[in-house]
Ligand binder design. Structure first.
Ligand SMILES: Cc1cc2nc3c(=O)[nH]c(=O)nc-3n(C[C@H](O)[C@H](O)[C@H](O)COP(=O)(O)OP(=O)(O)OC[C@H]3O[C@@H](n4cnc5c(N)ncnc54)[C@H](O)[C@@H]3O)c2cc1C
Length: 495
C-alpha cells in the first residue's frame, strides 16, 4: 500500500483511536471484510447485528485514509448529477437509487447520536451554492428533487445566499434542511466501536496480501495468519492493491486536502452567517464553521499522495479568494485522504462472483453512500435482499491504470478549471450589469441637472439593430486537444 496523508490528530497519542491487535492466529468466519473505513465498518456492523461471525482486516488503523479525514457532511444522492442518473437508468430506477441514498443518510443519522457516539456534534442543514448565475437550472433541479425524488429542498435566490455568505462568488443556492453534519473522525471510530459491540472482530496492522476466492470457503492470506470465510467484502478503496489489482484499477485516486483555521472570532460570523455545511455545485470548495469560530475548509486536490501540511497555504489562499474580507487567516491544522472516483460517478456495490463482494468508489460523497452499501451487502448476504442489483448498470469500468488515471484526472481538473472560469465570467457579467446601472443613473442625474434629455433609449421589446456577422474565428487547438478517456469493462457483476 502506498503512503497516505494523515491529520494532525493521528498517531499513538490520538485518544479517539483505541489500540487493536493484528491477526496472529488462523480464523474461520462467515464474512471477512477487507478494510476498516466507513464502508467496511458498516458492512461489519450490519452483518454482525444480523447474526454473522465477522472479521475485519485493516492494513493500517481504523479510518486511516479518507474515512478518518473527512468533513462529516451528510447529503442524499451520489457524485453523479441527478439529471445524468435519470438519463442513465430511467426515472423509476433513479428514484429507487435515490431512495437508497436517503436510507444511507438516515442510517448515519441513527448511528450518530450522542448516546451511541459521544461528542459527535450533529447539526442540521446544508447549502449547495452555484458558482454561476443559473436560476432556471436551479428551478428545474428543485422540481426534480422535491416532486420526483421526495427530497426536502428550498431554493434560495442570490440575495438570500449573499445575506448569509458575504461573497460575490456565489449566486443561487439549494438548501437541504434534512442534511446534516457530524464530527467525521469521531463517526468512523464510533462506528468501529459499534461494530465491535455488535460482535465483529477488527484487526489492525493486518494487510490482506492475497485471496483465493475459487472455493466455497475462500482463503485470505495476511503476513501472520490465514483466514477462511464464506464471503469476502472488498472495502479497501484505492489501496486494495495486490489481492485484486484489476479491481483497484477501476478507480481514479484523487487526494483531497482540508484545513482548519485558528479561532477567527466574531468577524467570521459577520462574513459567514450559515451554520451548516456549504458546498459549491462544481465540487471545488466545501466548508463550515466548527468549534464556534474556526473555519474548516476543503478544496485542493492532487493525483499524487502528498503531505497535507503542504496545502495550508493553498487553503489559506482559497479562503481569501472567496472571502477577501477575512484576509490571510492562520491555518492551525491540515488533513487529507485519497478518494476513489469511478469513471461513471456511481459507487461500486455488488457481488463480483459467488461470495466475493465489492463496496468502494464512494468518491467525495462517501458518508451516505458507504452506509447504504454496508446495509445492502449485509442484507443481501444474510437475508437475500437483492436491491444491490440496481447498481448493475454501473459496471466496473477500467480507469486505465497509471496512464488512464492521469488522463481521467486531467478531465476532472479541466472540469474544475472550466467551472472556475465560468464562475468568473458570471461574476464579471454581474459586475458589468451593476456598473452599467450606476453609469445610467449618473447620466440621468447629469442630464437632469443640465436640463437635457440625454440619449434616446430603445423602447422595451424593440429589435436591436443587427450588426454585421463577425469573422469566423480560427478553430481552437485547446478545444481539439481535450484528452479522451480510455475505458474497458473488466467484469460483469450481474450474476
Ligand atoms: C478531505 C475530504 C473530505 C471529505 N468530506 C466528505 C464529506 O463531508 N461527506 C462525505 O460524504 N464524504 C466526504 N469525503 C469522502 C469520504 O471520506 C470517502 O468517500 C469515504 O471515506 C470512503 O470510505 P471507504 O471505506 O470506501 O475507503 P477508505 O477510507 O479508504 O477505507 C479503506 C480502508 O481499507 C484499508 N485497506 C485497503 N487495502 C487493504 C488491504 N489489502 N488489506 C487490509 N486493509 C486494506 C485501508 O487501509 C483503509 O483504511 C471526504 C474525503 C476527503 C479526503
Amino acid at each position: 500500500m502506498s503512503e497516505t496523508s494523515t491529520s494532525a490528530a493521528d498517531g499513538p497519542g490520538d485518544s479517539a483511536a483505541p489500540f487493536r491487535s493484528r491477526l496472529a492466529f488462523d480464523l474461520d468466519v462467515d464474512i471477512c471484510v477487507v478494510g476498516a473505513g466507513l464502508a467496511g465498518l458498516t458492512v461489519a456492523r450490519e452483518a454482525a447485528r444480523l447474526g454473522a461471525s465477522v472479521a475485519v482486516l485493516e492494513g493500517r488503523q481504523v479510518g486511516w485514509n479518507a474515512s478518518g479525514h473527512q468533513l462529516g457532511t451528510v447529503l442524499p444522492g451520489f457524485g453523479l448529477p441527478i439529471s445524468d442518473l435519470i438519463e442513465r437508468v430511467g426515472l423509476e430506477d433513479a428514484r429507487e437509487l435515490w431512495a437508497l441514498s436517503k436510507e444511507g443518510a438516515a442510517y448515519v443519522r441513527a448511528a450518530a447520536t450522542e448516546e451511541l457516539i459521544p461528542g459527535i456534534g450533529l447539526s442540521d442543514g446544508a447549502l449547495e451554492v452555484s458558482n454561476v448565475d443559473a436560476g432556471e437550472t436551479l428551478i428545474s433541479r428543485l422540481q426534480t428533487l422535491s416532486e420526483d425524488f421526495e427530497t426536502e429542498v428550498e431554493g434560495w435566490q442570490v440575495d438570500r445566499v449573499r445575506s448569509v455568505l458575504k461573497t460575490g462568488r456565489y449566486f443561487h443556492g439549494i438548501y437541504y434542511p434534512k442534511a446534516f453534519q457530524i464530527d467525521g473522525r469521531k463517526y468512523v471510530h464510533g462506528l468501529a466501536a459499534l461494530a465491535t459491540r455488535a460482535g465483529a472482530r477488527i484487526f489492525e496492522d493486518t494487510p490482506v496480501v492475497s485471496i483465493d476466492f475459487s472455493g466455497i470457503r475462500k482463503r485470505i492470506v495476511t503476513p501472520s495468519a490465514r483466514l477462511r470465510a464464506a464471503h469476502i467484502v472488498l472495502a479497501g478503496n484505492i489501496h486494495l492493491g495486490a489481492p485484486l489489482k484489476r479491481l483497484s484499477e477501476t478507480l481514479l485516486p484523487v487526494w483531497r486536502y482540508a484545513g482548519v483555521t485558528e479561532p477567527l472570532g466574531e468577524r467570521l460570523h459577520d462574513v459567514i452567517g450559515f451554520t451548516g455545511s456549504v458546498n459549491d455545485s462544481d465540487g471545488i470548495d466545501h466548508f463550515r464553521i466548527v468549534e464556534g469560530a474556526r473555519l474548516m475548509w476543503a478544496s485542493p486536490e492532487t493525483t499524487w499522495d502528498a503531505r497535507p501540511q503542504r496545502f495550508a497555504g493553498a487553503v489559506q489562499r482559497r479562503i481569501a479568494t472567496v472571502f477577501p474580507q477575512l484576509g490571510k487567516v492562520p491555518v492551525a491544522e491540515t488533513f487529507g485522504g485519497a478518494v476513489g472516483l469511478t469513471v461513471h460517478g456511481m459507487p461500486q456495490i455488488g457481488q463480483l462472483r459467488k461470495g466475493l463482494w465489492v463496496a468502494s468508489g464512494f468518491g467525495r460523497q462517501g458518508l451516505n453512500t458507504s452506509a447504504m452499501a454496508g446495509q445492502l451487502i449485509a442484507r443481501s448476504i444474510l437475508w437475500g435482499d437483492e436491491r444491490w442489483r440496481l447498481f448493475s448498470p454501473f459496471e466496473l469500468v477500467w480507469a486505465g491504470g497509471a496512464t488512464g488515471r492521469v488522463a481521467g484526472h486531467l478531465i476532472g481538473m479541466w472540469g474544475r478549471g472550466a467551472a472556475a472560469a465560468t464562475g468568473a465570467l458570471a461574476r464579471y457579467r454581474e459586475g458589468a450589469r451593476a456598473r452599467e446601472r450606476i453609469r445610467e443613473t449618473r447620466l440621468a442625474e447629469a442630464n437632469l441637472r443640465a436640463g437635457t434629455r440625454g440619449p434616446q433609449r430603445r423602447p422595451p421589446g424593440a429589435a436591436r439593430p443587427v450588426p454585421p456577422p463577425p469573422a469566423e474565428p480560427p478553430p481552437s487547438e485547446e478545444a481539439a486537444s481535450v484528452p479522451s478517456q480510455e475505458s474497458e469493462q473488466v467484469q460483469d457483476r450481474s450474476m
